[in-house]
Every structure is written in C-alpha cells, then in structure tokens.
Write a protein that binds this ligand. Structure first.
Ligand code: HEM
Length: 389
C-alpha cells in the first residue's frame, strides 16, 4: 500500500472513529459549544497520527499522478485540517499562521497545482466522495452527518441536472417545439431538489447538526492565509441556473464578486462551465426580446409557461433553503446561545446577521421578489406572466 492509500485508509477509519468519540464527549458536556479540555489525548492522537502520514507524502512531492488522485489527497489533508480546527487545536483568530506547516505545505502544493482552494471543498464530501463498499467519507460516523451529506449531495446533483437541461435549450432556441423535453427535465430535477430539501428538514436533528456536524466546516488557516469554510452551495449548477434563467446578471457587481470568491471552491471543470455561462444571453432576455414581436405566436405562450414553471420551482427551492433549512438549523439554535458564543457559527466566517443578509439577497433574486436590498427581475416577470395568460 502506498503512502496516499495509507492516509486514505486512516481518514476512512481511525480518524472517523476518533472524531466520533470526541463528538460524544462534547455532546454530553455542560457547554456543548466549547471543546476545550475535553478528550485531549484523542485530539493529540488525531494530530500526531495524521502528521506522521502526511510527512512521507510531503517528501514525495507527488501531485502529478493525475487530477483525481491529487484532488482526493487534497480532500484528505483538508479533512484532517478541518478536524484540527473543529477540535480547537488551531484557531485562525488566535494565530498568524497555521500551526501545521507540513499539512499546509501539502495542501498548498496540491491546491495551487489543480487550481482550487488548498482545503477540502464541498465536492470532496458531495459529488466526488468515493464510496468504498457503500461507505462514503465523513468526519464522524454520526447518523446525522450522513443525513446531511447525503441529502445535500442529492440536491446538488439535481440542481446540476436542471442546469444541464437548460444549457441545452440555447442551441435549439426558445421557440423550438422540442425544448419541451428539456423544460420537463429541468422541472423534474427541481422537484427532486424540493423533495430532498424537505427530507433534510424533516429528518436532520437540529442539535446534532448544530453542535456535531457544522463545526467541521469552519474557516481555518493554511499557511498564513485563512480560507473560509465549505458550504453546500459550492457548486456551479446553482449559479448556472441563476444566470441562465436571468434571475441574476454576471454584470451585477454584488453577484460577480460572489462568483469570483466562490470559483476556486469549485471543481476546475465546473469553473470553466460557469465562466462559459457568464458570457451567454439569459433565457429571460430571450423572452423579453421575443415578447416584442412574437407574443401572439402559439409557441410563445406554450414555451413561456414552461419557463415560468421552471422559475417558480427554482424559487421554491430558494424559499426552502432560506425559511426552512437556514432558519431551523442555524438561525434558531444561534438565537438560543448566550451572547458572545456566536463567533464562527457560519461556514463563511462573517457574523451571522451579515451572512443572513447576503442569503436574503440571494433569496430575493431567486424568487424575483420586490426587494429592499437589491434590484430583482420582479417587473420583467410580472410582464411575462401577463403575456403567458
Ligand atoms: C441543514 C441544511 C442547510 C443549512 C443549515 C444551510 C445553511 C447555509 C448557510 C448558513 C449558508 C451561507 C454560507 C455560510 O455558511 O456562511 C449556505 C449557503 C448555501 N447553501 Fe445551504 N444550507 C443547508 C443545505 C443546503 C442544501 C441542501 C443546498 C442545496 C444544494 C444548499 C445550497 C446552498 C447554496 C447554493 C449556498 C450558497 C449561497 C447561495 O448561492 O445561495 N444548502 N447554506
């Protein structure tokens, strides 16, 4: 077994067992928010065993044995560093550089060479999480972690299916009768997202998620720099849908800044896809142009109705995320915490109210609702709805 395989075996085995043991200890403690002084020998064991496995990998300096291997190894180093952060063996607010120079060096080497952030990203846990004999990678063996990553992954794949379908409409044109297949595909995929979001909402245990799963997604330093945490939204499909449907514009400085920040958290092939979508005319613009001269054609109404239905389903997924998932699993438990313990609640790092405001903007854009925070496509949609009858 080579060094990469040895490290992977450790990440899938002892690492998970030790994190799980620590989570049970923290969860039973009086203050579930503070791991200080609990299970210290286990924490040291994670730190030392991981380091011993990373050292030979660093010596090998091997990042050239294929993208998939490099990407996978980056995920494993990232899991290790994410866990050290979770167990407070490092804290970016108290340090100027990571206390784990070897892990940092390996992560930076791979991250820079494959064009991604030098930490684990959502794809490592979701769309590119290789299962071996049914077992996918995770931080712990807790049931709620699997509920979270599995339903997330299903939702991500479904958004990606919807985006795939919409991308195929452009070469056919919005007047084509055969686009019905693609509109229906997109609707089906978004109905699936709604179903997976609902399942997540119904089955995930709030306390377990908040105290035992979420802390692994915190920001941490790699070398000198702090990298924000991963969140379930770090995939291109959702932004492809935003842009293709015309709910947001790449020329909007708020939105393009968000994309700029988010791109290196995505797989390189997704980055390329998203860039390509950024330079396309949106379906909304296609409809507005067609409305000038073709509104009375039979195809116009038929296909416009499909488009509006897709937008409504997409809006419903945004409402679920905002009013159900974020509210129940982050907002409500945070509100119950004492003042001062809110730091580091979110994956991206900004204080909770700032993060909630930026999520509200995305919600308003995706629902094309009138908004005090941003310009949305509300008026354009009102016009198209009137034309669709
Ligand atoms: C327990 C369930 C979930 C919670 C509590 C949650 C919470 C959050 C939070 C707090 C953020 C802001 C980033 C940050 O952490 O700072 C975020 C972003 C995001 N989440 Fe979720 N999320 C959940 C599930 C999902 C699922 C299932 C999806 C669908 C794939 C999803 C898609 C997104 C997207 C796309 C973003 C980036 C912002 C955006 O473009 O809307 N989330 N989420």
């Amino acid at each position: 077994m080579n060094h990469t395989e040895q490290f992977d075996r450790w990440i899938r085995g002892p690492f998970v067992a030790m994190n799980t043991e620590l989570e049970e200890l923290y969860f039973a403690a009086e203050n579930r928010m503070d791991p200080t002084g609990i299970g210290d020998p286990i924490k040291a064991q994670i730190r030392d065993e991981g380091r011993a496995l990373i050292l030979p990998l660093l010596d090998e300096g091997k990042t050239n044995d294929g993208f998939a291997n490099a990407f996978d190894l980056l995920g494993n180093v990232g899991f290790y560093m994410g866990a050290l952060r979770r167990h407070e063996l490092t804290n970016p607010d108290k340090e100027e550089r990571s206390p784990f120079p070897e892990a940092s060096a390996l992560a930076l080497h791979i991250g820079v060479s494959i064009g991604m952030v030098p930490r684990f990203a959502t794809a490592h846990l979701a769309t590119h999480n290789l299962a071996i004999d049914g077992k996918r990678k995770s931080f712990t063996a807790l049931e709620d972690e699997f509920v979270f990553i599995d339903e997330n992954t299903r939702a991500i794949i479904s958004y990606q299916r919807a985006a795939d379908a919409l991308i195929r409409i452009a070469p056919l044109g919005i007047s084509s009768p055969v686009t019905d297949v693609l509109w229906e595909d997109a609707k089906g995929a978004l109905r699936n997202v709604i179903e997976y979001n609902r399942r997540l909402f119904d089955t995930l245990d709030t306390a377990r998620f908040f105290f035992c799963v979420r802390p692994y997604y915190k920001p941490f330093r790699v070398g000198r720099q702090t990298f924000r945490g991963s969140n379930a939204g770090d995939f291109a499909g959702i932004n492809e849908l935003d842009l293709l449907l015309g709910l947001t514009r790449a020329s909007d400085p708020y939105y393009s800044q968000l994309l700029h920040e988010k791109l290196p958290f995505m797989m390189p092939d997704e980055q390329a896809r998203l860039r390509a979508v950024m330079s396309r005319r949106s379906l909304l613009d296609e409809w507005l142009i067609a409305a000038e001269s073709h509104a009375s054609q039979p195809w116009f109404r038929t296909n416009l109705r499909h488009y509006l239905e897709v937008c409504e389903l997409f809006a419903e997924t945004a409402r679920q995320h905002h009013h159900q998932l974020v509210s129940r699993f982050i907002g409500q438990p945070s509100a119950r915490l004492p003042e001062g313990s809110l730091k580091g609640i979110t994956a991206s790092g900004p204080p909770l109210p700032v993060m909630l405001r930026s999520l509200q903007i995305l919600h308003d854009l995706r629902c094309a609702e009138p908004s005090e925070l941003t310009a949305t496509a509300h008026a354009e949609f009102a016009r198209l709805r009137a034309l669709a009858g």
